[in-house]
Write a protein that binds this ligand. Structure first.
Ligand SMILES: [Zn+2]
Length: 149
């Protein structure tokens, strides 16, 4: 169900424009908000578990999907959040993160975790083998869970 929503959206309307509207000029990672745009875009496209996004990333995804013209109900289904939350986020601009707080959390994750994998990517590095494995493992696991459902 979630997949269908995400796919039909992608097919009918490229999301690039929607992302540009909410995050003009951002590349793959925004230092201002701490958002990993690749993760957001993949989640929106159904290639990534939306529940693994950070709160800010989910908020960004809501804004992108709302800009793309999706109903709150469809956004809630695609991102697996409450419709009420979709409504709240739709009307709120993305907040720049509190410096320190987020950085602290990110720095604590060692290599061999998904967080570290994403940190590599955010810095434009090639993820190390341990991190690649952690990320692949996670994605495989996720697809397996969904296939079984
Ligand atoms: Zn690493």
């Amino acid at each position: 169900m979630t997949r269908y929503v995400a796919r039909s959206l992608t097919a009918s309307k490229p999301l690039g424009a929607a992302f540009q509207q909410i995050a003009p000029g951002t590349d793959t990672y925004s230092d201002d908000t701490g958002i990993d745009w690749i993760a957001v875009e993949r989640a929106v496209n159904g290639d990534y578990d939306p529940q693994l996004l950070t709160v800010d990333e989910r908020h960004a995804a809501v804004l992108a999907l709302a800009n793309a013209g999706l109903s709150e109900l469809k956004i809630a289904a695609a991102l697996r959040i409450e419709q009420r939350q979709v409504n709240r986020w739709k009307r709120a601009p993305l907040k720049p993160r509190t410096p320190g707080k987020e950085a602290e959390v990110r720095q604590l994750r060692p290599c061999g975790t998904r967080a570290a994998y994403r940190r590599h990517r955010a810095r434009g590095e090639t993820p190390c083998l341990a991190c690649k494995r952690a990320n692949n493992e996670h994605i495989t696991q996720w697809h397996r869970t969904r296939a079984a459902a």
